[in-house]
Write a protein that binds this ligand. Structure first.
Ligand SMILES: NC(=O)c1ccc[n+]([C@@H]2O[C@H](COP(=O)([O-])OP(=O)(O)OC[C@H]3O[C@@H](n4cnc5c(N)ncnc54)[C@H](O)[C@@H]3O)[C@@H](O)[C@H]2O)c1
Length: 345
């Protein structure tokens, strides 16, 4: 098996080389993201391995097919960057459905607590021998309400943590999980009720046609004044221009963003010696109540190990002509199921 690995970072190479000692596949680590410009690098490979911001559109899939690529191994859970209609009859698509939901849930809480208690500002202040407290007032998480949109693997872990703070939980999911609701002690509700009553709103649904811009001027107008919005899902769940208007009008009190709808050009890269030409991102960075992390919620040792072992095992199943445990369902992509779990086609 010859694997073309796109958007390689130092930490990817280290962990995949370790895990590949078991499989001994020929992996070529390419630094560029997979795009129409870089797709030619995949010529002659059996599998391409991609991450969240690689482009797997109609053109790229057509070219990969022409080059003889038989499988795309996503080393992430989300797959909104893949054109399934195009891939359907041309190649298999596998993913890593859960590499560490704990990593993402815990990072979500880190964003909440940092924004609330302003530890990022305190750190800079005390390093400069400024021990004043003005401007650092937060709020008790205890007894506040968290609105959770999407109640899958990550959200359920988050809910458990937030319940530990003594928070009340309101959740929305078109496919409610009554067992989780009973077991964890949270309530399902409609979106309007969630918006109206939540002090903190956190997004954990996949990016689909239905969820694109779920947070927009209309939904923001239904929220509590000073609401905290956290997005560790996908950037385009939020209409960023509307978010900015909400921040400017003080309707939104805090925003914690691990993802951004136009992140692919900037995230994971170092632009510290240049000028940001994306005015929306630049504006977001000016707010002192906005905290942006660069799609790092997944980044723990445990998650990297799981990503490498599952991705290589996905490829091994294909190599052995076995059933693909983590193949993505072409039919019900929206519900993030796998063929094995649901459609069985
Ligand atoms: N920032 C990161 O590093 C990172 C890492 C992993 C995953 N993610 C994102 O987090 C998302 C959630 O991951 P997960 O592992 O919990 O997924 P999951 O599949 O376990 O859960 C997703 C939940 O969203 C629900 N859902 C589907 N459509 C919805 C809608 N219209 N409105 C509300 N809920 C809806 C599903 O029913 C499901 O319960 C992923 O889709 C991915 O985009 C981000």
């Amino acid at each position: 098996m010859k694997i073309a690995f796109f958007d390689s970072k130092k930490y990817d190479i280290k962990i995949f080389e370790q895990h590949n000692q078991k499989y001994k596949y020929e992996i070529k680590f390419f630094e560029p993201k997979l795009t129409p410009d870089s797709v030619a690098l995949a010529d002659g490979y059996d599998v391409v391995c991609v991450f969240v911001n690689d482009v797997v559109d109609k053109y790229v899939i057509g070219k990969l097919y022409e080059y003889g690529v038989k499988m795309i191994a996503l080393r992430c859970a989300g797959y909104n960057n893949v054109d399934f209609n195009e891939a359907k009859d041309k190649m298999k698509i596998v993913r890593v459905p859960a590499y560490s939901p704990y990593a993402v849930a815990e990072h979500t809480v880190a964003l909440m607590l940092t924004l609330n208690r302003k530890t990022h500002k305190a750190y800079l202040r005390t390093r400069d021998a400024n021990f004043t407290l003005s401007g650092l007032t937060g709020f008790d998480m205890y007894n506040k309400t968290a609105g959770i949109i999407g109640t899958g693997k990550i959200a359920q872990i988050l809910i458990r943590i937030l319940k530990g703070f003594g928070m009340k939980i309101l959740a929305y999911d078109p496919y409610p999980n009554e067992n989780a609701s009973k077991g964890l002690g949270f309530e399902y509700t409609d979106l309007d009720t969630l918006y109206k009553n939540s002090n903190v709103i956190s997004l954990h649904c996949p990016l689909t046609k239905e969820t694109k811009y779920i947070i927009n001027s209309e939904s923001i107008s239904k929220m509590k004044n000073g609401v905290m919005i956290i997005n560790t899902g996908r950037g385009a769940l939020i209409n960023t221009e509307d978010l900015i208007e909400g921040l400017k009008s003080h309707k939104i009190g805090y925003a914690g963003l691990d993802v951004y709808e136009e992140e692919s050009e900037y995230f994971f890269e170092d632009y510290s010696d240049t000028i940001i030409s994306d005015d929306t991102l630049a504006r977001l960075l000016t707010f002192n109540n906005v905290l942006i992390t660069s799609h790092q919620a997944f980044l723990t040792e445990e998650a990297l190990n799981n990503i490498a072992s599952t991705t290589l095992e996905n490829i091994k199943e294909f190599d052995d002509n076995r059933k693909l445990t983590n193949e993505i369902c072409y039919i019900c992509q929206n519900s993030s199921c796998s063929i094995e779990e649901k459609c069985n086609t």
